[in-house]
Design a protein around this ligand. Structure first.
Ligand code: CAA
Ligand code: NAD
Length: 297
């Protein structure tokens, strides 16, 4: 079955980017949010990103308009019933994802492929709420932030994945202009298994007084050539999401390197979720382009 129509669930940081790249690549795309307000915010991010591509000359104004015409927002899950592929990108919470996939399984075509963009949850655990036949058509498609720019997609198979579905998913990532890597359903897949302990260690280093937020960020940027230091990256990913991921990975592996540091937990409880709430390790509220470090200790 050829993938023509794509459904995306969640229009936050990741869902908006995934919907954008799917529509840009020529797929009819419908994205679902829980309410009009987050949908509007997601579409604003898409507009801004598409405008950047037009400004740079990598997309023409006509291609931008065509992309927008292929892209539709909705608050009803039922509007995804006729999709060939559904990619879930909602909050990193197994209960919410189960609820969503359980409903989708009842309304979608038997041949629809289900995919999750989860960072750390088990695809196998996620798919258990769907029929056995669907479980053969259930995969992980893990995109990276910012989706319109980052080239990688981890394509995740479980022990039940139909090889033809897996190949189709790899082809889909290629049709988006991305570079797929094949991986299996092990918590954190390739990237987060390596990246998450690094980000958490940076927070522990801050807690222990090894260096300030700015100095640790600069050290990793200028000493290792990383595009962003670990705190700028944490604010960019979302500290709530980083915290959920760490909890899930710690529960899976029971290893200290995945344990969320107390400072991260307190920041999330206090609503310091990074760029998306205006404050995290840095304060973006006054000048988002030149954020100032927060006094956290
Ligand atoms: N849409 C379109 N263009 C965008 C964009 C977007 N959303 N975001 C950035 N850009 C463009 C900018 O316009 C700019 O274009 P030009 O070079 O033509 O001017 C270019 O990208 C670079 O952007 P900036 O100059 O603003 O900043 P930068 O050089 O620091 O690059 C970045 C930004 C690409 C995000 C870079 O900092 C980077 O690669 N950071 C690391 C990101 C990363 O590690 N992501 C993975 C996070 S982990 C994850 O996603 C997995 C998980 O499960 C948590
Ligand atoms: P986010 O908080 O920016 O967005 C999540 C969105 O999901 C919110 O807008 C919320 O309203 C919406 N939502 C919640 N329940 C929903 C439902 N039932 N139906 C439709 N929408 C619903 O989070 P995010 O950063 O976009 O993360 C989404 C997923 O992508 C998570 O599983 C996360 O682990 C994963 N991920 C995140 C990153 C990252 O860098 N932030 C990178 C790769 C993967």
């Amino acid at each position: 079955m050829e993938i023509r129509k794509v459904g995306v669930i969640g229009c936050g940081l990741m869902g908006s980017g995934i919907a954008q790249v799917a529509a840009t690549a020529g797929f009819e795309t419908v994205v679902r949010e829980v309410a009009e307000e987050p949908l509007k915010k997601g579409f604003e991010a898409i507009e801004k990103s598409l405008a950047k591509f037009v400004e740079k000359g990598t997309l023409t104004a006509q291609q931008k308009d065509e992309t927008r015409q292929r892209l539709r927002g909705t608050t009803s899950l039922d509007d995804l019933a006729d999709c060939d592929l559904v990619i879930e990108a909602i909050t990193e919470n197994l209960e919410l994802k189960h609820e969503t996939f359980g409903h989708l399984d009842k309304i979608c075509k038997p041949e629809t492929i289900f995919a999750s963009n989860t960072s750390s949850l088990s695809i196998t655990e996620m798919m258990t709420v769907t029929s056995l036949e669907r479980q053969r058509r259930f995969i992980g498609l893990h995109f990276f932030n910012p989706v319109p720019i980052m080239k990688l997609v981890e394509v995740v198979r479980t022990i039940l994945t139909d090889p033809a579905v897996y190949d189709e998913a790899v082809r889909f990532a290629e049709r988006l202009g991305k570079v797929p890597v094949r991986t299996s359903d092990r918590t954190g897949f390739i990237v987060n298994r390596l990246l998450v302990p690094y980000m958490l260690d940076a927070i522990r280093a801050l807690e222990e007084g090894v260096g300030s937020i700015v100095d640790i960020d600069n050290a990793m940027k200028l000493g290792c050539g990383y595009p962003m230091g670990p705190f700028t990256l944490g604010d960019f990913v979302g500290l709530d999401t980083t915290y959920y991921i760490a909890e899930i990975m710690f529960n899976e592996f029971r290893e200290k390197r995945f344990a969320p540091p107390p400072l991260l937990k307190r920041m999330v409880k206090a609503g310091l979720h990074g760029r998306k709430t205006g404050r995290g390790f840095y304060d973006y509220t006054k000048d988002p382009k030149n954020p100032t470090p927060m006094n956290l200790l």
